[in-house]
Structure formats: structure tokens, C-alpha cells
Design a protein around this ligand. Structure first.
Ligand code: ARG
Ligand code: ZN
Length: 848
């Protein structure tokens, strides 16, 4: 029973489930197409609930039998599950169902990937495993028996028994069903141990397919560092005897924090210097930390309902960001975070998919694992901390953990802990969770005899379903720099709460230059009248690394915008300013590399649109290329020396080495525009690590070279799925606008292409939608190709299809011809018979 009209679920309709669960016992008899799942669940009435309907979720299950207190019953099969009449007091529910992991291509529930069994239950996948109240506020203690003729049989919690063809696991910590996990297969472990601060020895394992066992060491170190960091920074200790991580090739997302059994997309855990880039190492360290940190922020304390998703995700992203900053460089990490926030979350906030960090309704919750929930959710935690201070932040967290351990809670509960810990009223602050859209923060300055007045005006544009917006609490970190370059007022946090508000700085000698929104203290768009000389001044003198980078970025953007709109040539002010950063040995090479980067084409398109200009993707592409060539010419005297100086010795994937390599490769990319690829080809041949091998190839491709190397790369790496994903991506990403769709189409017919593997599909079609000028080429070829692919993919994997349909979310920025073409493709997708709920919701919202 399924597929009636999709229903909208509302936050305001929340009611608790009528029953509590005392215990859950599951037995799995594994079989590729006929796995039996036998469940024994002890229910008791929930005194806090009024609705006593006994409804269990269930999808794609074949019910074999059901009993209540041992008596066979015939439940009523209803939309999305079943109903049964049950006794008033506690009772035992038992059921047996059959499922088919082998044919489960949606990768949700229990499925098979390269011969191994794996699960993904968040958000609502457990209902594809057995009948159950599959909602996060129902927490229970699970015992799981796995039967199968496979060497490794894993589930959550601690191992209690192991015999020929079976294993039993017990998880003493009550958990919601979305944290359930099971893995079975021929796997090899990379073992280690960790001793917690109270002296508990924990067995650690990373489980991988044979052949990958030498790619686990870095991930294991990251895990141990995470465990230590959470003890030192948040006082949080691990709580089981064992912690398992498993790498799976076919996985919809990055990774999943199942209690004691984290499951990772193999691309997010496996590393070696030969196959992983510095960016991979950095990301993997962050994801391992993220999933581990969920043990407290998500697992021990979970969400009451899925509207509260940011409660665990925003907080856990914030925690992993701080961890990465501590492990590497806070300055560099912050710049990277802001780039991602702007590229994904601001983009989302500016379009038809804009939604509050805590949404108020959804059709398919999988569509709300978004940049807004995750990244803007993390920004909110950062603002809270900036407003109350480090000590109060820790006090509030401690109170939250103490008060809510073992519970499923809400954003209200989270904020209440901070109100109680600090005595502050957070009512207005809470609007960050409910109000969608990126606030515009306008600043005006006035100077009067030693007093500088900064006047800020805030406004947030309307978003779908929200027209009138209220003023928010905005922490604005400001510093003042005197004309001689000295900082006269160090970073001060101004707390804005009104629609318009002025702040004064008195007793100043000469009129200083204001450095505003230091460390990107709030996720807003700052609008201020500022000329390029002032930007260059701040780029040279600001003490805040984020603002220093921001000023270079603003110069680049201003340069590109006037090239595009007015056809002007780039000013020497920009070129010289960038040059002086580039050759400044006192600056971190990673920072210099970031400063050399140019704003993305998508970012320029949005800025043009905001300025009232219809973006022309081809023109944006050409201007950016022109600027790359001009930079390469302007910097020609310094590039070779920079390339030499930043050579690293033996590859170590740390902040220092990766910083030097990123600068060196950024330089190489410009050099390759001038030396016919001689330097890049030499590096390609010599490289003993993927960072340099892929970097050299990319430099060649972006100079229109590299055909031979591309072939050599394929020959060398055809046996490695993860490296081959890079090979697919690089070609689509570097294709010129008129060929991008053709390149993607050809690659989709390559024998190694498959739409059953999300990484591979994203490698080609994620890259196509990220190739701005290629995707938006006037022929409309890329629009058609992506729509064709999404229509096919929807029947296989709705989650990935829905997510990738976001490629079209910016369609209203463009000219009428492009809008017509995109609308036609969206309508064609929507008209597909049997289209999934996931994709239907996304495409309808994009079209609305
Ligand atoms: N909780 C996981 C994480 O953030 C993500 C799982 C998302 N799964 C999904 N089906 N949307 O680490
Ligand atoms: Zn998460």
C-alpha cells in the first residue's frame, strides 16, 4: 500500500506516540533477495500521549506473520504502515517480514553494495526493515542477532555473542530507529584502541573491503584525535566498549553516525597519499570528527522530530569546524567555511528552495538535509557563542547535556539551557531558526571630530511562504585601523537588535578605516560604500585574516563585475594588491593561495542578478578567463620563484604541507597559461601523490591541454573507483561551455559509468551542473541531458535525483530563453509517471 497523494507534514501537528518501548529484539536471517527480519518489541502505553492509535510504519515489507502477546493477529495494512488493536497495558509485539536487499537501489533501509550488506536508516529508512514506530522520539534499547554465512557481522553497541554463522549485539543506550545499523560481509579491519579520560579502554576498528586495508591509518588517527578533542573541549566521553567504522562504496551521503557503528561513503574515509588529495584528507578528518561528535550531539541527545534536524546537525557541524580549526588553521578554515556557505547556503536562501533552519513543513524529510540546516545551522551556534562568550557557551552546553541526556528534544530545549545558564533572554535570537533568507546589512559611516559613527540597517528579502521579516539579533565584529595601518580599536562585537542602529567610537585621533564583520561574525550580506583603495588598504593592514581575504575577494569581484558590465580592463590596483599578498612570505601559503582564487561564476551570476543585471553565463566565463590570463601575465616575474619555493619534501597531509601545495598548484595553473604546459607536464610525470598528480592534470586541462595525461591517468587508475571519480569530474569541470554537455554525455556511455553508484553519478552530473557556463550554455543541451538523466535515475535512487534537481534552483536569474528551456525540462521531469515523492517535492518547489 503506497503512493497516494504526497502528504505535507507540519511542525505544529506534533503529537507524541501512544506507546513507549521497553525493549527491541531483532533477528536478521540474511539473504540477498529474501532476508527475514523477526522483531520482538515490548510496548507499554505512553502516559504523556492522548492518541492511542497503534500505528507502525512500514514500507516495501512483506508481512509474513504478526502476534500480540503470542496470539496471531491480522493487522490492517494502511498507507505507509499498519494498524492493530492492542491491549490496554504493556504487551509484546512480534512480527516477521521479508525484504530484498539486493534489489534495493535507493540505498535506504537494508541494501547490498558489492556483496556486502549495509544499512542507511536516517531519516526514515528503518521502516523498510521492519514494522516500527519509525520516529526519533521513540527511543529504545536494542538487541540484534545477525545470522548469515559471512565472516563479519556487525550491529550497534557491544558484542555479546559470536558463533558459527551468527553474532549478537546489545546496545545499552536507548536510541531512535534512525540510528540502527547492520553491516555484514567479507571485511578486513584496521584495529586500534583508545583509553578514555576515565580509563575505559575502547576497541576501535575501521572495516573495509580486502585491498583497502592500507587506506585506514589516517582515518584512525582522525578518530582518536576526535575522541580526545571532545573530552578536552566539551567534557564528552565515549560510552561503549567498541567503536566501529565501515567503508561502503554505494552510499547516498557522506557518512552516518549510527550508534557505535558509523557507516561511511568510502570516499569519506579511505586515504592514501597516492590516491587522495590534500582536500580529501582535510575533508575526511572533518567528517570522521563530525560523525564521532554526533555520539553526544545527536545520539545521547536526539531530535524530538525531524523539524529539529538542525539541533543535531547545525551543532555537530559547528563542533567539527572548531575541531578542524584546532587541528589545522582557524583562519584558513574560516575562509573555506564562508566560501562554502556563500556558494551553497546563500544560493539556496536566494531561490525557490529557501527555508528556515528549522522548517515548518515538509513532504519528504530527505529533501531537508540542506546547506541551510547544516551550514547556516552551524553559523547560528557560532553567533550564540560570540554573543554570550566562551565560558557561558561551555556552561550552557554542560547544562544541556546534563538536563537532556537520553531524551529527544527541541530547539526550545537547546536555547532554554543557554537562557538558564546565562540569564539572557534568547527570544529574539530564536528567529534565526524560523526566519528564512539572508539578511542584508547596510552600513553607513560618519565622522565628526574624533567620533566615528557606524549606522547599520538590516532587512531580509521575502522567501517562499514568508513575506514580512523581523529584525534579527546580529553580532557584528568590528575593528578600526588608523590611516598609518595600526589597529586603534581591536575586535569589538556590536550587538544589533533593531532594524536600524548606530554605534559610536569616541576619542579617535585621525579618521580610521572600519574593518566590519570580522571572522564573518554573522551569515549576512554586508553592503557598504567602499572604494578599491580602501579595500586594498584593508587587504594590506587588516589584522583579521578573514577580512583581509575578503577585501582581496571584493577587489577581484569588483574587477570582474566591471569587466562584465562595462567591458573595462582590470585595474592595476587589484593586480598589484594581489601580487603583494602573493609574495608576502610572512603570510601562510594556504592563505596566499586562497587570495589568488577568483570568485566562482555562479557567485558572479548571483551578484549580477542582485545588481539588476541579467547574467550572461558565456560573458562571465570569458571575463574570468580573461582575468586569469591577465593575472598570469602580470605575475609572470614572480610565478616561477613561487613555484620553486613552495615545493614540499615527503608528502605529509598536514596544514603546512597542504598549504604549500595549494599555493604551488594555484601558481602552476597560471604558469600553464604561459609555458605551454611544460612545468605542469613535468610535475605530472614526477608526482608521487594525488594532490600533485591531479593538480598538474587540472592545470593542463584548464589551459586547454592534457589530452595525453588524461589517457595515462585512466590507464593508471582504472582499477580504483575513487580515483576514477576524479577522472570523470575533471573532464566535465574543465570542459569549455560549448562542449560540456557533450563531454558529460560521452562519459555517461563510458563502460565505467553507472548511475547505481551515487559517487559516480555525481562525478559526472554534479560536475556538469557545477560547470556554470557549460550547464547554462545557450543551446540548452546540458539542461536536456540532466533532465534525461534525472528521469532515469529517479526510478533507481530518488534521494540522489531530488538532490541533483537543485541544479535548476537558480533558474529565475537568467534570461527568458533560458528560463523557458529550464521550465520545460522541469515540467517534463514532473510529468514522469510514478515520479518519487522526493523529486516531486523538489521540482514543484523549484517551479513554484
Ligand atoms: N546524519 C548524517 C550526517 O550528517 C547524514 C544522514 C543523511 N541521510 C539522509 N538520508 N538524508 O552525518
Ligand atoms: Zn551530521
Amino acid at each position: 500500500m503506497k503512493d497516494a497523494a504526497p502528504q505535507t507534514i507540519y511542525l505544529k501537528d506534533y503529537t507524541p506516540f501512544g506507546y513507549r518501548i521497553e525493549s527491541v529484539d531483532l533477528t536478521f536471517r540474511l539473504h540477498p533477495t529474501a532476508t527475514r527480519v523477526i522483531s520482538k518489541i515490548v510496548f507499554a502505553p505512553n502516559p504523556e500521549a492522548t492518541d492511542k492509535r497503534f500505528f507502525l510504519h512500514g514500507e516495501e515489507l512483506e508481512l509474513i506473520s504478526a502476534t500480540v502477546n503470542g496470539d496471531p493477529i491480522t493487522p490492517r495494512l494502511v498507507e505507509g504502515g499498519l494498524e492493530a488493536d492492542v491491549p490496554e497495558g504493556p504487551f509484546i509485539w512480534e512480527a516477521e517480514v521479508e525484504i530484498s536487499p539486493q534489489t534495493n537501489t535507493a540505498l535506504e533501509g537494508l541494501y547490498m553494495s558489492n556483496g556486502m550488506y549495509s544499512t542507511q536508516c536516517e531519516a526514515e529508512g528503518f521502516r523498510k526493515i521492519t514494522y516500527y514506530p519509525d520516529r526519533p522520539d521513540v527511543m529504545a534499547v536494542f538487541t540484534v542477532r545477525v545470522e548469515g554465512d559471512l565472516p563479519v557481522l556487525l550491529s550497534n553497541g557491544n558484542p555479546v555473542e559470536r558463533g558459527a554463522g551468527f553474532a549478537v549485539w546489545h546496545d545499552p543506550w536507548p536510541k531512535p530507529s534512525y540510528l540502527f545499523a547492520l553491516v555484514a560481509g567479507e571485511l578486513i579491519n584496521h584495529p586500534d584502541t583508545f583509553t578514555t579520560k576515565s580509563g575505559r579502554e575502547v576497541e576501535l576498528n575501521i572495516w573495509v573491503r580486502p585491498g583497502d586495508e592500507d587506506k585506514c591509518a589516517f582515518g584512525m588517527e582522525a578518530l582518536k584525535k576526535s575522541m580526545k578533542w571532545d573530552e578536552d573541549t566539551y567534557g564528552r566521553e565515549y560510552d561503549l566498549d567498541i567503536f566501529n567504522i565501515v567503508a561502503v562504496d554505494d552510499f547516498n551521503m557522506g557518512a552516518m553516525e549510527n550508534k557505535g557503528l558509523n557507516i561511511f561513503n568510502s570516499s569519506c574515509v579511505l586515504t592514501s597519499k597516492e590516491t587522495s588529495t590534500d582536500a580529501n584528507f582535510e575533508r575526511i578528518e572533518g567528517i570522521i570528527a563530525h560523525e564521532y561528535f554526533h555520539n553526544w550531539t545527536g545520539n545521547r541527545i536526539t531530535c524530538r522530530d525531524w523539524f529539529q534536524l538542525c539541533l543535531k546537525e547545525g551543532l555537530t557541524v559547528y563542533r567539527d569546524q572548531m575541531f578542524s580549526g584546532d587541528m589545522r588553521s582557524h583562519a584558513v578554515k574560516r575562509i573555506e567555511e564562508v566560501m562554502i556557505l556563500r556558494a551553497r547556503q546563500f544560493r539556496e536562501d536566494n531561490g525557490p528552495l529557501a527555508h528556515p533552519v528549522r522548517p515548518e513543513s515538509f513532504v519528504e524529510i530527505n529533501n531537508f538535509y540542506t546547506a541551510t540546516v547544516y551550514e547556516k545551522g552551524a553559523e547560528i551556534i557560532g553567533m550564540l557563542r560570540r554573543l554570550i562568550g566562551d565560558e557561558a557557551y561551555r556552561k550552557g552546553c554542560d547544562l544541556y547535556f546534563d538536563r537532556h541526556d537520553g531524551q529527544a528534544v527541541t530547539i526550545e530545549d537547546w536555547l532554554k539551557a543557554f537562557e538558564d545558564a546565562t540569564g539572557r533572554d534568547l527570544a529574539q535570537f530564536k528567529q534565526w531558526y524560523s526566519q528564512a533568507g539572508t539578511p542584508r546589512l547596510k552600513m553607513e559611516e560618519s565622522w565628526d571630530d574624533g567620533t566615528l559613527t557606524l549606522t547599520f540597517t538590516q532587512s531580509t528579502p521575502p522567501t517562499p511562504g514568508q513575506s514580512g521579516k523581523k529584525p534579527q539579533v546580529i553580532p557584528i565584529a568590528v575593528g578600526l585601523i588608523s590611516p598609518n595601518g595600526d589597529e586603534v580599536v581591536p575586535t569589538t562585537v556590536l550587538e544589533m537588535t533593531e532594524a536600524q542602529q548606530s554605534f559610536t567610537f569616541e576619542g579617535l585621533g585621525a579618521r580610521p578605516v572600519a574593518s566590519v564583520l570580522r571572522d564573518f561574525s554573522a551569515p549576512v550580506i554586508l553592503e557598504r560604500e567602499i572604494d578599491n583603495d580602501t579595500r586594498a588598504f584593508l587587504l594590506a593592514h587588516d589584522t583579521d585574516p578573514f577580512q583581509k581575504w575578503e577585501m582581496g575577494r571584493a577587489l577581484a569581484k569588483d574587477t570582474l563585475m566591471s569587466m562584465i558590465v562595462k567591458g573595462t580592463k582590470p585595474s592595476f590596483a587589484y593586480l598589484d594588491a594581489i601580487k603583494s599578498v602573493l609574495v608576502d612570505d610572512g603570510l601562510d601559503p594556504a592563505f596566499r593561495a586562497l587570495s589568488l582564487g577568483l570568485p566562482a561564476q555562479d557567485d558572479l551570476a548571483q551578484s549580477l542578478f542582485d545588481a539588476g543585471v541579467t547574467p550572461d553565463p558565456q560573458r562571465i566565463f570569458e571575463a574570468r578567463e580573461e582575468l586569469r590570463h591577465l593575472l598570469s601575465a602580470h605575475l609572470r616575474e614572480v610565478l616561477p620563484a613561487l613555484y620553486k619555493e613552495n615545493e614540499t619534501g615527503a608528502f605529509v597531509p598536514d596544514a603546512e604541507g597542504s598549504g604549500k601545495r595549494s599555493l604551488r598548484l594555484a601558481v602552476l595553473s597560471l604558469l600553464s597559461l604561459r609555458d605551454e604546459g611544460v612545468t605542469a607536464r613535468a610535475l605530472y610525470k614526477r608526482a608521487d601523490n594525488m594532490t600533485e598528480q591531479a593538480g598538474a592534470l587540472q592545470a593542463l586541462l584548464s589551459a586547454g591541454l592534457g589530452t595525453e595525461e588524461l589517457q595515462a591517468f585512466e590507464a593508471q587508475w582504472k582499477g580504483d573507483r575513487l580515483v576514477m571519480d576524479k577522472w570523470f569530474t575533471m573532464q566535465v569541470a574543465s570542459a569549455v561551455p560549448e562542449t560540456a554537455a557533450q563531454v558529460a554525455e560521452t562519459l555517461s556511455r563510458h563502460p565505467a559509468f553507472t548511475n547505481k553508484n551515487p559517487n559516480r553519478f555525481r562525478a559526472v552530473f554534479g560536475a556538469l551542473s557545477a560547470n556554470h557556463a557549460g550547464f547554462h550554455h545557450e543551446s540548452g543541451a546540458a539542461y536536456r541531458l540532466l533532465a534525461d538523466q534525472l528521469i532515469t535515475l529517479d526510478a533507481i535512487n530518488p534521494q540522489i535525483t531530488a538532490r541533483m534537481s537543485g541544479a535548476f534552483e537558480t533558474w529565475k536569474r537568467y534570461d527568458a530563453d533560458r528560463q523557458d528551456m529550464i521550465r520545460a525540462e522541469l515540467e517534463r521531469i514532473l510529468a514522469t509517471p510514478g515520479l518519487s515523492r522526493d523529486t516531486t517535492e523538489m521540482v514543484s518547489r523549484i517551479l513554484a
